[in-house]
Design a protein around this ligand. Structure first.
Ligand code: ACO
Length: 370
């Protein structure tokens, strides 16, 4: 008897997790038991990562020790040389990040903290080298989110900027059995090492259907430019049978709850900067997109996902769209590692089946007779 094949493993439960839970019909997300809406705007990223790894929020002493460990990772010379060479040959930042992470020499005991500490340093160094600027090492006195913006720009971020980035990091740190997390768990299930799991996950994240969506989402907003162009632009995309980036989700059949949290953070940030132009345009594009998706794809229940307001928020923070996928990796790294730890405890190799649909009964023909 043949089992039913679920393309894309839709609806298949592949693991148990204590890290995050999703209700796609109600548009709810919980992170280690806390609601997204409560946790994301209030926690610092260090608290969030600690919570995922230890199952509980840290006290002051634990938090300070964890923060200090995360911000004490410095770029080694051999990794900087590798980044320089990759930048010179025009590699994309996400590919540079993969190369650089793979080059790290990690002690097992410190590998998890080192990977989370290293990722923002590598991304910022890549950006600065791409722009012919000197690399900035982390400031051990700064928090994780502040440090990332500081290493990118060389300027200390405002409190509003750091808070917006913390909200983004917290909202995006983990999200059930998404493609990159599943990849990390599959690699871990073979008892391979942490770095291999993370590098595999990064490869899955970079795809435009997963972590690569915000860059084209921002490009869409910039091409639309003014409210009157929104409807014809979106119609055009849908008429061509293309996908609108930042919309649709396998799990959510209503608006992705992260979109609301990120929209709120982006709006606050724009108000703080005194320019809500892009945010106002995004709001309008969102409502047109949702209306037209229902017209062109009736009944598919396609709504805004997290990546749409990610584009606005990161752009307003001064992060280049070339770094959007890398910035996603900065936070998701902590989520991947938490899943790897869960998978280690399960210790059973992933080994699904495939149904053979190829030719049968073929006969071998020697090379000279083909
Ligand atoms: N724009 C236009 N049509 C869409 C979109 C979209 N964004 N998303 C889905 N559809 C259509 C599909 O073409 C399909 O139409 P059909 O029934 O006529 O064939 C139907 O809706 C169902 O789509 P599926 O491909 O079955 O949806 P799936 O669950 O496989 O895909 C995904 C989910 C990949 C996120 C999809 O919605 C998409 O491509 N969105 C755009 C990319 C994006 O924003 N990705 C970020 C996701 S969030 C994250 O990764 C953090």
């Amino acid at each position: 008897m043949t089992n039913e094949i679920k393309e894309g493993l839709e609806g298949v439960v592949a693991a148990r997790t204590r890290l995050s839970g999703i209700d796609g019909e109600k548009g709810k997300l919980w992170l280690a038991g806390f609601s997204l809406e409560e946790l994301a705007p209030n926690a610092h990223f260090e608290e969030m990562a600690y919570l995922l790894w230890h199952g509980q929020l840290p006290d002051c002493e634990q938090l300070e020790a964890f923060r200090a460990r995360l911000s004490s990772w410095f770029l080694p010379g051999h990794t900087q040389s590798l980044i320089e060479a990759a930048v010179r040959t025009g590699q994309k930042p996400i590919d540079v990040l993969r190369l650089a992470l793979d080059s790290l020499c990690l002690e097992d005991a410190e590998a998890d903290v080192a990977l989370v500490g290293a990722t923002p340093v590598i991304v910022a160094a890549t950006w600065r080298l791409m722009n012919q600027k000197p690399v900035i090492q982390p400031d051990s006195g700064l928090r994780f989110a502040e440090n990332f913006l500081y290493m990118l720009s060389g300027r200390r971020p405002t409190a509003a900027m750091a808070c917006a980035l913390d909200t983004y990091f917290n909202a995006m740190v983990d999200h059930g059995m998404n493609a990159s997390t599943f990849t990390a768990r599959v690699v871990t299930s073979t008892r391979s090492d942490r770095k291999s799991a993370i590098v595999g996950a990064l490869g899955a994240l970079k795809g435009p259907l997963h972590g690569g969506a915000p860059e084209p989402a921002l490009a869409m907003l910039q091409q639309i430019g003014i409210p009157d162009r929104a409807e014809p632009f979106i119609r055009n995309v849908l008429e061509r049978g293309e996908r609108l980036m930042g919309f649709g989700h396998r799990e959510y059949k209503v608006r992705d709850p992260r979109a609301a949290v990120l929209a709120q953070a982006a709006e606050k940030l724009c108000e703080d900067k005194g320019d809500t132009g892009l945010f106002d345009l995004a709001r309008l594009v969102e409502s047109e997109a949702v209306r037209l998706l229902e017209e062109y794809k009736p009944g598919r229940r396609l709504f805004t996902n997290a990546e749409f307001y990610t584009a606005v928020l990161l752009h307003e923070l001064g992060v280049s769209s070339e770094l959007f996928s890398c910035t996603f990796a900065v936070t998701r790294m902590a989520g991947w590692i938490a899943h790897c730890r869960e998978q280690e405890a399960v210790d059973r190799i992933f080994r699904p089946q495939s149904e053979y649909v190829g030719c049968e009964g073929r006969e071998w023909v020697d090379l000279g007779n083909r």
